[in-house]
Design a protein around this ligand. Structure first.
Ligand code: AMO
Length: 413
């Protein structure tokens, strides 16, 4: 990797400096006194390095420091190398002792405690590993869709109308006019199919979720895509498969150490993901309940598309199933027992939108322009990044895979 800030060896590169005196920089992660010597762990952005000190080191955990020493092979040390005869220079001292104990292999504090002290808790190698996996996933999503000729777009998050069904809209005062935080980039990504045919967006979306659950946040990161000239929702599902496979591949390439640290098995993404129509999914309601999602994955494995959801619970832009308008050309993707993607084919004719909106077209004027002036059959999907990462690393609550979660009770940190 090109280095633009000179003069520093990273913890994970120590093994290529055996026999040399080198300088590391980082945080004092932990220290352990053992008779006449102490073992000091220094944490940098790459990992941990051990230094062996005669006597004790009178510095607090999280002291920012530089440590200069001789790199020597040591089978017990992280990476099989340790620094001997070290000298420490303090770069910055913490004002107080840390509220969470970062020295433990796994944090022992409760989730609320960890979230309340995210600024320091996220420094723990296992905590930050989850977000290295999330970052690699994003890179993989972009690479996969770029490879299929998609264009990345950025659309407004302050909007004039609802996009999804449900009462979970955040309202705000926009210079004296009512406005909302975008529940999704749905209307804009569809509009942009008229420009680029294939678009994607990665960005925050907002849902005023009334319930406290382990799978809902008030703000999350949505990975959205939309594609024109499709035959039906099965063409969109093929794009979902490519995006997911690209994400898994990028995690393998770019976050291998994080996966290993978390002992998270990377799933195989089959060339074709199995699907079942809603009608045959054994559900008595108009939507899947979390228990249905778990059961379906027990029956079918890690991955399953459920297609053809009843129209009753799908938003107004959803395309009906030809010949059976009580069902729709829509799908959810379940991964390890939880919905992580929703998508489908959309309406594309102007008159169909006017009918679907029951004449309430005024808030949707900008959007309807796209359909008034000619749109191809199209469809798309959205994946919730926090849910994807939670399923990958086996986290029960998506707050564990969100840097600074927002929910009914949490607005800080
Ligand atoms: P939907 O509302 O199903 O569909 O959302 C898509 C995906 O986003 C994730 N998700 C959430 N994650 C965290 N907290 C929440 N409150 C939350 N709500 C949803 C899930 C879900 O599968 N416009 C459509 C997508 C489309 O058809 O293109 C939409 O937003 O992983």
């Amino acid at each position: 990797m090109k280095e633009v800030i000179p003069m520093r060896v990273l913890s994970t590169d120590l093994s290529s400096h055996i026999g040399e005196r080198v300088t590391l920089a980082g945080w004092l992660h932990a220290k352990r006194e053992l008779g006449a010597v102490s073992f000091v762990l220094v944490r940098d952005r790459a990992g941990l390095a051990q230094a062996v000190v005669d006597g004790t080191l009178d510095l607090r955990p999280e002291t920012v420091l530089e440590v200069e020493g001789l790199a020597v092979t040591a089978s017990q040390a992280p990476g099989g190398v340790e620094l001997q005869e070290p000298s420490f220079s303090v770069v910055a001292e913490p004002a107080e002792a840390t509220p969470v104990e970062l020295r433990r292999p796994v944090l022992k504090e409760t989730l609320p405690m960890i979230l309340d002290h995210a600024a320091v808790a996220l420094r723990h190698p296992r905590e930050r590993a989850k977000f290295q996996i999330a970052a690699a996933s994003l890179a993989g999503f972009r690479r996969a869709l770029d490879g299929l000729g998609f264009v990345e777009i950025s659309t407004p998050k302050i909007v004039a109308s609802a996009t999804e069904t449900g009462a979970n809209l955040f309202s705000l005062d926009y210079f004296g006019r009512p406005a909302f935080l975008a529940q999704s980039p749905q209307l804009y990504k569809q509009t942009m199919v008229g420009v680029f045919e294939r678009v994607y967006e990665v960005g925050p979306v907002f849902r005023a979720e009334p319930h406290e659950t382990g799978r809902h946040l008030a703000e999350y990161t949505s990975l959205d895509a939309e594609v024109g000239f499709i035959r039906d929702h099965f063409d969109v599902m093929a794009v979902v498969r490519e995006a997911i496979a690209g994400m898994a591949e990028a995690v393998r390439e770019r976050a291998a150490a994080a996966l290993e640290l978390l002992e998270a098995p990377l799933p195989e993404v089959p060339a074709e993901i199995a699907w079942v129509h809603f009608e045959d999914a054994g559900v008595d309601d108009v939507d899947l309940a979390p228990a249905d999602e778990r059961r379906l994955c027990e029956e079918h494995g890690d991955w399953l598309f459920v297609t053809g959801f009843p129209a009753a619970k799908r938003p107004f832009y959803t395309h009906p199933e030809p010949g059976r308008p009580e069902y729709t050309n829509s799908f959810d993707l379940l991964f390890r027992g939880m919905e992580i993607v929703t998508g489908g084919q959309r309406l594309h004719r102007y008159d169909d939108y006017v009918a679907a909106l029951d004449g309430e077209t005024e808030p949707y004027e900008g959007y309807l322009q796209a359909f008034r002036y000619g749109m191809p059959p199209h469809g798309g999907f959205a994946l919730g990044l926090e849910r994807w990462t939670a399923r990958l690393v086996g986290a029960r609550n998506i707050r564990e895979t969100t840097l600074f979660p927002r929910d009914r009770s949490r607005l800080t940190p």
